[in-house]
Design a protein around this ligand. Sequence first.
Ligand SMILES: [Fe+2]
Ligand SMILES: [Fe+2]
Length: 264
Amino acid sequence: MDRRAFVASVGGAGALAAMTMMERADALEHAMSEELDRAIVKSGICTTYGREEGLTHAVESGGQKKPYMMGHDPRLPRMSDKPTLMEFFEKRFGSVNHMLQSAALAQKNGLPDKVVLACLLHDIGVGGLLRSDHGYWGAQLLEPYVDEEISWSIRYHQALRFFPDEAMGYTYPEAYVRFFGADYEPDEYIKQAHDYARNHKWYETARHITINDVYSFDPNARVELGQFADIIGRHFRQPKEGLGFDNSPSAHMWRTMIFPNNFL
Ligand SMILES: [Fe+2]
Ligand SMILES: [Fe+2]
């Protein structure tokens, strides 16, 4: 973007000089997104990078002390030693309201608990770790702790979102036309994933995730996580050591959300 316009947007050269590098980067990002009317959204795990106040450790490098992070990051809500799924909802996940709304709608539609839980957890990849291929990341996080049908369905909802199924009442999302254009073609791997899922015994469960995938079904509804505590208790195998510390195949992924900025 034009440098003069940017300098003016932050209140002039004096104001710019008084900013830290991080503030300048934020201001530039903000100005660019305003100018281009686009949303380049950082992944949940990435929003914790870059701010350096409060770091106590430092390494010598080229005659300079460079701060680094190990252990609990003082800039983030502190996780307990035995974190539960509920705690991740409270302290780490984004997109929480969207997932709560989706689960509440699934419940209102009379769907079984397993589907409600799948809806409640369907975007934890986006909300906690990485936006890109979020269905796959979410499924992997959950595999050790839920019925395979739930994690399978979360993996495939990502691809199914791109393909209508009028018979089940799912039309192509309006929002995708706005985001990607009317003649958008999904990548080949997404098409393959859809074709595979379409003929699978759990297809309907994954499809229900896409049908109940709403940003708000009722703008006045306040959905609380607590209303799903029973379903979580019955269908999510919370490890007694805490998520991240139970040596499961995805424990490292949960630990990464607890300590997203560890140096090594
Ligand atoms: Fe999703
Ligand atoms: Fe979603």
